[in-house]
Design a protein around this ligand. Structure first.
Ligand SMILES: [Zn+2]
Length: 479
């Protein structure tokens, strides 16, 4: 198996050196252009950006990074494309030894990627079929053809065995389709399999390398119970670890130094269609720490654009605290809700200039915003103290170089400044950085041993009670 660190290294090989083996490219400003190797054309619409390290065709919407290019061009599975690139760029692969169980699990995962990509191809075929023209009309009413191609949007017919039959013809095993969550086994008919997604617009979910790992299906039937239905979790799809749109957004996020985070997949698609490529989504679930840490690999600041209903606003609060807790800056953009109607980025944003202008006029730092809302609620002293404690706790998580600026601003809203400074000092004293904490524990252990040898245990207790709160809990485990 190829180690993750090697795959990440392969992902950064220069795209230009990969593509120019296949396509004649001409320099055009910062980018290079040529005839697309994925569709037939006479004038070049294929572009390579060495800065973003991606390729993109404006004709057929093919696009991605170096690994994706080799996968598509050479029709290779992911691991084989990685090996080919590693060989070309002299990147040594120390294939990790796998136990037979690990190997079997790896093979199962590889199978699931393949099964999902066949299913995506089937759904794409279906949306173009004349008998499903209503599904295509609906999709076109929401998105441009370029967006439909980029996000590989398809349609699952309202049939119990459409995908089942298609897969049988291709020789795909039913059990793999069941494991991928594409088929379900009926309890009533003694385990007979049937299509899980029926009568739904299908949006594939990708991992950061662009591999298809699952689907979101939007119901097109009016009598729908669940508007959206997601693939169940599988060995290749964990909801809490997936960020929708990351395969398209990663380079832009890195380049811009920040990410827009929205709730729904439709919100991500809307903003990408409007050219706001640094947008990702938590896939309609509560943001998780795994997702935050994945974003942190690319940038240090996140701007949340939530839904306007109460649930949406609560989600923004929760996400903001998680993001700041991970040491990243967090901004929020609140959308207006007209006549109490729920609004979300998908319904609110209509053109690129409107997005830019609205964001510019409405972007707020989450911490400052929080201080403002506490200040508006009450001026009672105990209320103020709670506000100072809660907000200082968030400030303490940020880069120390910004502490002074934050204290300066929030103390203009809730006075006095000294209370802020004292509280922050107290919190910082209690939460020593990990390395310092380790040193501290080590020195404590050494002195405790020394005391243990030479004095009575009562002396030791005195030592423990005199140290700061957080470190003392660590020290207590020593005894
Ligand atoms: Zn093309």
């Amino acid at each position: 198996m190829i180690p993750q660190s090697t795959i990440d290294q392969i992902l950064t090989v220069p795209i230009l050196d990969v593509v120019k083996d296949y396509v004649e490219l001409k320099r055009n400003g910062l980018n290079y252009t040529g005839l697309c190797p994925f569709h037939t054309e006479k004038s070049p619409s294929f572009s390579v950006s060495p800065v973003k390290n991606i390729y993109k065709c404006f004709g057929c919407s093919a696009g991605g990074g170096p690994i994706k290019f080799v996968m598509e061009k050479e029709k290779l599975p992911f691991a084989e494309a990685c090996r080919k690139l590693a060989k070309k760029f002299n990147i040594p692969i120390q294939e990790e030894d796998q136990t037979p169980e690990q190997k079997a699990a790896q093979n199962r995962r590889e199978t699931l990627y393949v099964v999902n990509s066949y299913a995506a191809a089937y759904f794409k075929e279906c949306i173009l079929a004349p008998e499903h023209k209503e599904a295509l009309a609906y999709a076109r009413s929401r998105w441009t053809d370029d967006t439909l191609k980029t996000f590989e949007i398809g349609f699952a017919p309202d049939s119990w065995d459409g995908l089942l039959e298609y897969s049988r013809k291709l020789g795909i095993k039913t059990e793999s389709l069941i494991e991928a969550g594409l088929l379900k086994e009926s309890q009533k008919t003694g385990g007979k399999p049937y299509d899980f997604f029926r009568g739904r617009l299908m949006i594939p979910l990708h991992d950061k390398y662009g591999r298809t790992i699952g689907f979101t299906g939007r119901n097109l039937k009016p009598d729908s119970k669940a508007k959206y239905l997601n693939s169940p979790e599988s060995p290749i799809y964990q909801k809490g670890k997936t960020l929708f749109g990351l395969n398209w957004a990663a380079h832009s996020i890195k380049e811009q130094g920040f990410a827009y985070l929205v709730e729904g997949n439709a919100d991500v698609i809307r903003l990408h269609q409007l050219g706001i490529l640094e947008t990702i989504g938590s896939s309609g679930t509560g943001l998780t720490l795994d997702q935050v840490l994945e974003i942190k690999k690319l940038c240090s600041s996140v701007t949340l654009i939530g839904d306007t209903d109460l649930a949406g606003q609560r989600a923004v609060d929760r996400s903001a605290k998680l993001i700041i807790g991970a040491g990243m800056n967090c901004n929020v953009v609140k959308l207006p809700s007209a006549d109490g109607q729920k609004a979300d980025p998908d319904s609110f944003f209509t053109d690129p200039d409107q997005v830019k202008e609205f964001v510019k006029a409405n972007i707020r730092d989450y911490i400052i915003d929080l201080a403002q809302s506490w200040q508006e609620k009450s001026h009672a002293p105990d209320f103020k103290l709670r506000a100072i404690e809660e907000i200082c706790f968030l400030i303490s998580k940020l880069n120390p170089s910004g502490h002074e600026v934050y204290i300066d601003q929030v103390s203009r809203l809730i006075k006095p400044k000294k209370a802020w400074k004292d509280k922050l000092k107290e919190i910082l004293k209690d939460s020593l950085p990990e390395s310092e904490e380790k040193d501290f524990k080590r020195s404590l252990r050494t002195s405790a041993l020394r005391i243990g040898i030479t004095t009575a245990s009562t002396r030791t207790i005195t030592v423990i009670t005199s140290i700061p709160r957080k470190a003392s809990s660590g020290a207590a485990t020593l005894y």
